[in-house]
Design a protein around this ligand. Structure first.
Ligand code: SAH
Length: 345
């Protein structure tokens, strides 16, 4: 056991080469170490049997490696959620969600969140800090060792990825680097509450990743009530940024997540306004019935009402589906396990 705070996953390939050269090692060791770290998800340097023993010792002295410590694990029928402790401080949630093929990993980008969505448990105590790129990668390693290699990575866990953009970009580089995870960028989704200026930057980067936007309401008023932290960007500006993303990225559609809240944003007028808002925007609209949390009195609509809202959305030409929660049985909605754990402690 070491008390190293620097995670080996914080070093990119060139930085690892530099470190090795400074330590008097040939740079080809970087390729070998990368292979162990990312292709084989090694949990310790001791496993790296093609490295000289003294190098393994020096690496062990200097860097943290392997899975994060899971403070709590919730196993559901379709998802496995970990509450992990970050050695540099704080706890975040990450989830492996079972799919037909390889699982989808849902990863956190901040310890807490400061957007203040009234329905979301992650935001109750605000945002403590950004998660580093290495800590993002370590969440992936933790889930991979607990389940299997991921098919998709979604930045939909705790926090707002576009408020931690540089670290998310560094992590994406590692996830798509053929020497590391080698995932196709199209298998990565960034989900944002709608940070307009950063969506414009992301659009121009043409990374090939997917964009998901949490809409929350069909009017600026509803959004201000449900998602106060993004109220400064009106829907009109948000839609212009989404249009920019689609046009800059070869017509790629944007996925819109709409948390449906009884008597707040589930009227036929809302469906009509959504139809108008998304007209001309290549989209997929996901209706997510609110997952109730103890800190908030809002309720999801009844099944019938949700279905009627869905039909009305279709009537207005929307490409819509209802997203069934795969994690409801294990408190998998954003930040819920962390809150439950904090309440018990
Ligand atoms: N900050 C980013 C990513 C984290 S939230 C974003 O807002 O997209 C990920 C998704 O979980 C968002 O679509 C959010 O609206 C949804 N969500 C959060 N709390 C929820 C709850 N209690 N019930 C249903 N969906 C919830």
């Amino acid at each position: 056991m070491t008390s190293n705070v620097q995670s080996i996953y914080d070093l990119d390939f060139d930085q690892l080469c530099e470190w090795l050269i400074a330590a008097g090692q040939p740079s080809y060791r970087a390729r070998q170490i990368y292979e162990w770290l990312y292709k084989r998800a090694a949990a310790s340097f001791a496993e790296m049997t093609n490295l000289p023993k003294d190098l393994r010792g020096v690496l062990t002295e200097h860097f943290a490696i392997g899975p994060l410590n899971s403070v709590a694990v919730a196993q559901g029928t379709e998802a496995q959620k970990h509450l992990v402790h970050l050695p540099a401080g704080g706890e975040v949630e990450c989830v492996s969600i079972r799919m037909k093929g390889a699982p989808t990993f849902c990863i956190s980008t901040q310890v807490g969140c400061n957007i203040g969505c009234v329905f979301c448990a992650s935001t109750v105590d605000g945002c403590e800090r950004n998660v580093t790129a290495g800590e993002i990668i370590q969440q992936v390693i933790t889930l991979q060792l607990a389940t299997e290699r991921p098919g998709n990575i979604v930045f939909m866990g705790m926090g707002e990825p576009l408020f931690n953009f540089n670290n998310v970009l560094t992590a994406i580089e590692r996830l798509t680097d053929k020497r590391a995870f080698g995932l196709s960028p199209s298998r990565i989704v960034i989900s944002t509450a709608g940070i307009v200026p950063v969506i414009h930057r992301l659009a121009e980067m043409r990374l090939g990743v997917e964009l998901a936007v949490s809409l929350g309401g069909s009017t600026d008023r509803q959004r201000a009530r449900l998602m106060p932290g993004v109220a400064r960007w009106p829907l009109e500006e948000l839609m212009a940024a989404c249009d920019h993303f689609t046009r800059a990225n070869r017509g790629q559609p944007v996925t819109f997540a709409y948390v449906v809240v009884e008597d707040v944003n589930d009227s036929f007028d809302d469906a009509r306004r959504l139809g108008k808002l998304l007209r001309g925007q290549r989209h997929h609209l996901n209706l997510i019935p609110l997952n109730p949390t103890p800190h908030c009195k809002l309720r999801p609509p009844s099944r019938d009402r949700l279905h009627a809202f869905f039909q009305e959305c279709r009537k207005h030409g929307l490409n819509v589906s209802i997203r069934r929660s795969k994690g409801a049985d294990i408190n998998a909605a954003c930040g819920q396990l962390r809150r439950r754990h904090a309440a018990k402690a």
